[in-house]
Ligand binder design. Structure first.
Ligand SMILES: [Zn+2]
Ligand SMILES: [Zn+2]
Length: 383
């Protein structure tokens, strides 16, 4: 079938919206008619070459839609509303057997090849291959993905909200719930208030963390963080030491968990310095490949300070997507507030530019598929 998609022809180029050919789903794969896709900072890393990506490629790894066709050997029903996960864990490798499916070594290895799990792409243009991004490629009207990437979602949840759970929301909320295991009354700081950081604010609020301190350079983002449930804000001062000290002061002695969502070493340092005794810096943001983090070593044993890495929020999509969306449906996790912009697929490049400029919290691309299931609420932030 022929679908419209935003194709990145080569690293550093603009995406071009046009027709591509999509092959039918093979063994263990499904065709999903996409309704919404978020635009994530990782998509920008692929454009810029910060993360090496095989081109031409269709980017996008945060999407939701409706199953249109299921390949051989699958069990998902046509018409099922699904959110997409970019981690099709194999269930067999050492990491999967250690109950760390988000670190599945088989899926990680396959991800870089630009194909699906058998290594070959389902997309082409003029007879030449177009590569997948993180097994999904959601900047398109439809996608063929591994069945392991689709997670059925509750009927009442709008697909544009479900899309965000595929990356930003799970990464931020999961870092709080699953990596850190924040308990009610524990003190949390969040460094970097984009889509992932603000998701961490929402997750911290939902589990009763207090106080919740938001840290960012942008006054506007700090205001949004207060609106989403942060109890205090600290403006980034330009210095890790000063900013860390300001968080310690604002929390009467430091936080139990400092969630770092920017990937900048100076912000990681500030997060570490903002922790109290036995506190942990939870590092989500992806730094440059050559970045290092020199820490004041004495405080690690002296204060039992810790560093926790967090990938994909340490979540299990099949367990955590529905749990997150149930909390959304009950009003306790107002994920719709993360959406700052809606754009049609035709304006995908503008969406990437908005993310790059730091103006957007979350840009949602509205794709062509119709949503059969939900009362589609329009968030107040829509413009
Ligand atoms: Zn992402
Ligand atoms: Zn595995």
């Amino acid at each position: 079938m022929r679908v419209r998609a935003a194709v990145l022809p080569r690293t550093g180029a603009h995406v071009e919206v046009g027709d591509i050919d999509l092959a039918p789903p093979a063994d263990g794969e499904v065709l999903v008619r996409l309704v919404a896709s978020g635009v994530c900072h990782s998509d920008l890393n692929a454009v810029d070459g910060t993360a090496e990506t095989r081109c031409p490629a269709v980017l996008g790894h945060e999407g939701a839609g409706v199953v249109e066709a299921a390949g051989p050997g699958t069990s998902v029903q046509q018409g099922t509303r699904v959110a997409l996960s970019w981690m099709p864990s194999c269930g067999r490798c050492e990491e999967c057997r250690r109950e760390l499916p988000h670190l599945c070594s088989e899926a990680w290895t396959a991800m870089g090849h630009g194909g699906l799990l058998d290594g070959t792409p389902r997309m082409s243009r003029d007879g030449r291959p177009v590569y997948h991004y993180s097994f999904l490629s959601t900047f398109a009207e439809a996608a063929v993905v591994p069945e392991r990437c689709v997670v059925p979602i509750p009927d009442t949840v709008p697909l544009e909200v479900a899309a965000l759970v595929g990356c930003a929301v799970s990464t931020g909320v999961g870092a709080v719930w699953r990596t850190a295991g924040v308990r009610p009354g524990e003190r949390v700081a969040v460094f970097g208030c984009g889509g992932v950081g603000l998701s961490a604010v929402l997750g911290a609020r939902a589990v009763g963390a207090s106080p919740i301190v938001a840290v960012d350079v942008s006054e506007e983002k700090l205001a949004t963080a207060l609106d989403l449930g942060a109890s205090a804000t600290v403006a980034w001062s330009g210095s890790a030491e000063e900013t860390g000290a300001a968080v310690v002061e604002a929390t009467d002695g430091g936080v139990d968990y400092a969630i770092e969502a920017t990937g900048r070493p100076e912000a990681m340092m500030a997060a570490f310095l903002s922790t109290r005794m036995r506190g942990a810096a939870v590092l989500i943001g992806i730094p440059r490949a050559d970045a290092t983090l020199p820490l004041p070593a004495l405080t690690i044993p002296r204060m039992e300070r810790r560093i926790l890495g967090s990938l994909y929020g340490s979540i299990r999509p099949d367990r955590d997507f529905p749990a997150i969306l149930d909390l959304y449906a009950s009003g306790r996790l107002p994920l719709e507030k993360l959406i700052s912009h809606h754009l049609p697929l035709e304006r995908a490049q503008e969406g990437l530019d908005l993310v790059r400029s730091g103006q957007a919290v979350r840009v949602v691309l509205e794709l062509d598929g119709a949503d059969p299931g939900s009362e589609r609420g329009r968030p107040a932030a829509e413009r």
